[in-house]
Ligand binder design. Structure first.
Ligand SMILES: Nc1nc2c(c(=O)[nH]1)N[C@H]1C(S)=C(S)[C@@H](COP(=O)(O)OP(=O)(O)OC[C@H]3O[C@@H](n4cnc5c(=O)[nH]c(N)nc54)[C@H](O)[C@@H]3O)O[C@H]1N2
Ligand SMILES: Nc1nc2c(c(=O)[nH]1)N[C@H]1C(S)=C(S)[C@@H](COP(=O)(O)OP(=O)(O)OC[C@H]3O[C@@H](n4cnc5c(=O)[nH]c(N)nc54)[C@H](O)[C@@H]3O)O[C@H]1N2
Ligand code: SF4
Ligand SMILES: [Mo]
Length: 899
């Protein structure tokens, strides 16, 4: 539709987290003028009611075409679609003919649309006849899926977002919602202002924990003990719902017997979980007193070698108290990716077939009949980590990776890279070059957000439309179509859809096909017309009458088991897969930061999203830092049996003693030595196959650089080849900041300097002081700044903001020129500090100044600076800065983290 000003506005959905916010995009320009897009939250979308977080707000900065894959390539050389499709089809066909269907695999992603997922799964499981298609949701949701299936009979999420408004108590289990599901968190903060209580279970004091009524900083991996202890306590108090259990739940006697194997006294549980008895009792009291409880669980629960047990322990408590299927009461596994749910529905996981049907003969035959595919797989395929192990072992000889970056995001990432290197045939569909496309024999250019068109399902089972805002750039194509073309070229029938609407219709028909008792049923959409599909409003499945969704499941106490009753499954606490020891005494935990999305292929394009946490860091408890001789801000080696990374120490008591935390986001493009995943042990939950990303034994040491420096250039540069450096790239508004540090002598410094300055053209101003090891150089051409290089051995470097901003000027003025080598103009402000508010670009220094001037609440700081007034995800941090600030002395956080 076009508004009065002529801009085209389109309603679509955010491509990031599983909240699934509705977005209204207004395209201001496209084509040869470059793309300009402004986005706002869609007030009519039930998931967000108009709100967006910092990442959603910055979507406009990520739609440029720079760096996009715009044509297929074979062996690095441009190819036509006809050639690329024929080659992929031939190599897969030949491999299958020679080695059987299980010698090939697809590794797909929760960032595909439902239509893409459906087509990829139909090709692999239905027509190639192998179960070898798995999704990155294996790293994310697999444990919750397994728990749901065991307890409810199918992968069903009972609740909806409205329950988060209605609950009196919300428990966050391994869930840093303030950063990872910010729009939902704001909604719960509003409920909290009305009296809702929040309990956070997380070894770290996250921003979610900071403002909560109670934070249980449990020992890593002690969740099962905590939840089982809660169940035992509720039984002791008589606070369980015996009528509900009698009518709707099996297995309670077995649970009681299993609980009796251990001392369930609060004192014993508190000791095992490493929390104060009073805190434990506060939690148990809150739980007993508030029937309207929602227990959110996320990666702190799922990403564990006992992830399924953690999920089941939470479900058990809700089943025993009948807190399920009721307004304001449910266990709630929250999804990470925008379409993790769609993948679980269509069969993106190796152990399910499609439409919540598995490999039981009756299910399998039904799906095979529906597809007209007699060769449909009869057994599950390999799960993600096992899949790449099979590639490494040479059992899988051709793999197609779509919409995920396994060279960065899988555990034991160096081994994954080895596997990709060895694999005879690697196909990667992506929108940009990544650490994974570096291994591709064939690269296929996919449509990106803003171009693709189809459906996604969010955490509350709500199906929303993603719609195109821009025409397809270059030769990029929809993922479903790329796969369908390969299927046709392999000689298979049943892939001839004219549009995504017809793919969706077929998918909806499958969910309804011979459906006696499957809750996942889209029969109300199975005859949807292209026009209705185009205008489809957000709706929660099951949808059995046209246009009418289902907010809550299990409202009648019936589950999808043969007897309709839920199953309580006993769980037993145990330690992490690998215990810490004298050599590796710390537990390495990993996860997310507020403003980056996974491997940074999109959020890394938005300078504003790169300034809250500009470079890899490791959070360390003050006592552990002291023991290792590490100061806040020091470059730190984090070492495990598998690998090593270097990150900036953040010394903080928000981290539990004995543990360290690293974000997962950095890649070769941004900080090759700051990647977390080469360190991670590939220990798996035996039931779900999900890796234990939250625990690997580790040790820390000072990096002890002997020199460091930074380079500012308009273009992005990689680390100089052949040098042992810690290298980080941090995008700025008008240039790229490269920070580096080394341990070599003068010869290394000189070698690095030569490599960095090679090819720079312009008038050079330089300053060199052998005594202090200082080297400062600037290049100016036609009055414009071309590059700036600062190096030092003494540890002091000037601030970066002023220099970085000079790259925006069409010409340097005299003051700027004469101040270049000081790194700062007389009277120019020092750095803004890390960006606290990414939405309104407010730095730590401005927030600090407002606090010093008397702003005593996040609202007051917001009134003065604007910080926190858009998405609000920085409000916990502002509150912390207020609390930490004796108004007179500037707090530590204002120091530039890379100084
Ligand atoms: N900003 C941002 N938001 C995102 C994403 C992103 O990349 N960036 N990704 C999206 C995706 S795909 C996902 S899966 C979600 C994940 O969302 P979250 O699960 O909230 O994110 P994480 O930071 O991975 O982990 C959550 C917490 O688990 C804690 N934890 C570690 N070990 C344990 C333990 O043994 N027990 C308990 N109880 N807690 C533990 C960690 O300390 C961490 O604070 O976020 C989604 N949203
Ligand atoms: N250490 C550690 N590792 C982790 C985790 C952790 O907590 N700790 N969390 C895990 C979890 S929960 C997750 S979900 C994974 C995420 O890990 P990944 O899936 O590897 O991360 P992304 O960066 O989201 O990768 C998505 C890729 O798809 C591309 N892309 C985007 N849209 C499209 C599209 O429409 N089509 C195609 N073909 N490509 C597209 C992007 O450019 C990008 O390269 O990481 C896991 N890894
Ligand atoms: S909370 Fe943020 S990242 Fe998640 S869907 Fe909404 S705008 Fe996107
Ligand atoms: Mo995830």
């Amino acid at each position: 539709m076009a508004d009065g000003g002529g801009a085209i506005t389109v309603k679509t959905a955010c491509p990031y987290c599983g909240v699934g916010c509705g977005v209204t995009g207004a395209v201001a320009s496209q084509g040869s003028e470059g793309r300009a897009l402004s986005v706002t939250g869609d007030p009519a979308h039930p998931a967000n009611l108009g709100r967006l977080c910092s990442k959603g707000t910055a979507l406009g900065a990520t739609v440029g075409l720079q760096g996009r894959l715009l044509e297929p390539t074979i062996g690095g050389k441009p190819a036509s679609w006809t050639e690329a499709t024929a080659l992929v089809a031939k190599r897969f066909r030949d491999t299958i003919a020679k080695h059987g269907p299980d010698s090939v695999a697809f590794y797909v992603s929760g960032q595909l649309l439902t239509e893409d997922y459906y087509v990829a799964n139909k090709l692999m499981k239905g027509f190639i006849g192998s179960g070898n298609i798995d999704t990155n949701s294996r790293l994310c949701m697999a444990s919750a899926v397994a728990a749901h299936k065991q307890a409810f009979g199918a992968d069903l999420v009972p609740g909806c977002y409205e329950d988060l408004d209605l609950a009196d108590l919300v428990v966050f289990s391994g869930h840093n919602a303030a950063w990872t599901h910010p729009v939902l968190f704001r909604r719960m903060e509003a409920a909290r202002a009305r009296g809702q209580k929040h309990v956070v279970i997380d070894p770290r004091r996250t921003d979610t924990a900071e403002g909560a009524d109670l934070h249980l900083a449990i020992a890593p991996q002690s969740d099962v003990r905590l939840w089982n202890g809660l169940l035992a306590d509720l039984i002791r108090r008589g606070a369980i719902d015996r009528d509900y259990i009698a009518a709707h739940v099996n297995g309670f006697a077995e649970i009681e017997a299993a609980l009796a194997e251990l001392d369930q006294s609060p004192a014993a549980v508190a000791a095992d979980c490493g929390v104060a008895l009073d805190d434990l009792l506060s939690f148990y009291n809150l739980f007993a007193d508030n029937p309207k409880t929602v227990s959110l669980f996320s990666m702190g629960a799922n990403q564990s070698a006992q992830g399924t047990a953690k999920g089941l322990s939470i479900l058990n408590v809700h089943l025993a108290t009948g807190r399920i299927g009721k307004p304001g009461a449910c266990p709630f596994s929250i999804t990470g990716q925008p379409n993790a749910m769609g993948g679980r529905e269509t069969g993106g996981m190796a152990n399910t077939l499609a439409g919540h049907m598995d490999f039981a003969p009756a299910d399998r035959d039904r799906v095979a009949r529906f597809w007209g595919a007699p060769d449909t797989a009869r057994a599950p395929g390999l799960k993600a980590v096992e899949m790449f192990e099979a590639v490494h072992a040479g059992k899988i000889k051709a793999i197609w990776v779509m919409a995920t970056n396994p060279a960065v995001s899988l555990p034991d990432a160096s081994r994954v890279r080895e596997a990709l290197e060895r694999c005879p045939f690697v196909v990667v569909s992506d929108c940009v070059d990544t650490d994974t496309t570096a291994f591709a024999d064939v690269k296929l250019p996919a449509l990106a957000w803003g171009e693709k068109d189809g459906t996604v399902t969010n955490s509350e089972r709500r199906i929303s439309r993603q719609r195109a805002l821009f025409p397809a750039p270059g030769q990029a194509r929809a993922d479903w179509r790329i796969v369908a073309d390969v299927a046709k070229a392999m000689g298979f029938d049943g892939f001839g859809w004219a549009s995504q609407a017809s793919v969706f219709r077929e998918w909806a028909r499958l969910t309804a096909y011979e459906n006696q008792d499957r809750v996942l049923n889209l029969s109300g959409l199975s005859a949807i017309t292209p026009e209705a599909y185009a205008g489809l409003l957000p709706v929660q499945w099951p949808v059995t009458t046209d246009g009418q969704g289902t907010p809550r499941l299990f409202t009648n106490g019936r589950f999808q088991t043969p007897d309709g009753r839920a199953r309580m499954i006993p769980t037993r606490p145990r330690g992490p897969a690998d215990a810490v020891d004298a050599a590796y005494p710390l537990s390495l935990n990993t996860g997310r930061i507020r403003d980056q999305w996974h491997t940074m292929t999109r959020t890394g394009l938005a300078p504003d999203l790169c300034r809250h946490a500009p470079e890899p860091f490791v959070e360390i408890h003050p006592a552990d830092a002291e023991a290792a001789g590490l100061k806040d801000g020091a470059l730190t080696r984090v070492i495990t049996v598998r690998g090593e990374a270097v990150a900036v120490a953040k010394v903080t008591d928000r981290q539990r003693l004995g543990g360290v935390f690293m974000p997962m986001h950095w890649t070769d493009a941004f900080a090759p030595s700051g990647r977390s995943n080469p360190l991670i042990a590939p220990n798996l939950d035996p039931v779900s196959g999900q890796p234990e990303f939250k625990h690997t034994p580790a040790r820390i040491r000072a990096y002890r650089e002997t020199w460091k420096g930074f380079l500012l250039t308009p273009d992005a540069r990689g680390a100089p080849v052949g040098q042992d450096l810690v290298w980080r790239r941090i995008p700025q508004d008008a240039c790229q900041l490269h920070e580096f540090a080394g341990r070599g002598d003068e010869a290394q410094r000189e070698a690095v300097r030569k490599l960095l300055t090679k090819g720079l053209i312009g008038e050079v101003v330089a300053y060199d002081d052998a005594a202090t090891g200082a080297r400062r150089e600037a290049w100016v051409r036609d009055g414009r700044l071309v590059a700036v290089l600062f190096m030092t051995t003494t540890g002091r470097l000037p601030p970066r903001d002023w220099l970085a901003e000079l790259f925006a000027l069409p010409a340097l003025d005299a003051v700027a020129r004469s101040s270049l080598l000081f790194g700062r103009a007389p009277g120019a402000p020092v750095d803004k500090g890390p960006l606290v508010c990414a939405c309104l670009k407010v730095g730590a220094r401005a927030v600090q100044a407002a606090i010093v001037a008397g702003a005593a609440s996040p609202d007051a700081v917001g009134a003065v600076t604007g910080a926190g007034t858009n998405c609000g995800s920085c409000r916990p941090e502002i509150a912390r800065m207020i609390a930490a600030s004796p108004a007179a002395s500037p707090a530590k956080e204002t120091a530039h983290v890379v100084a």
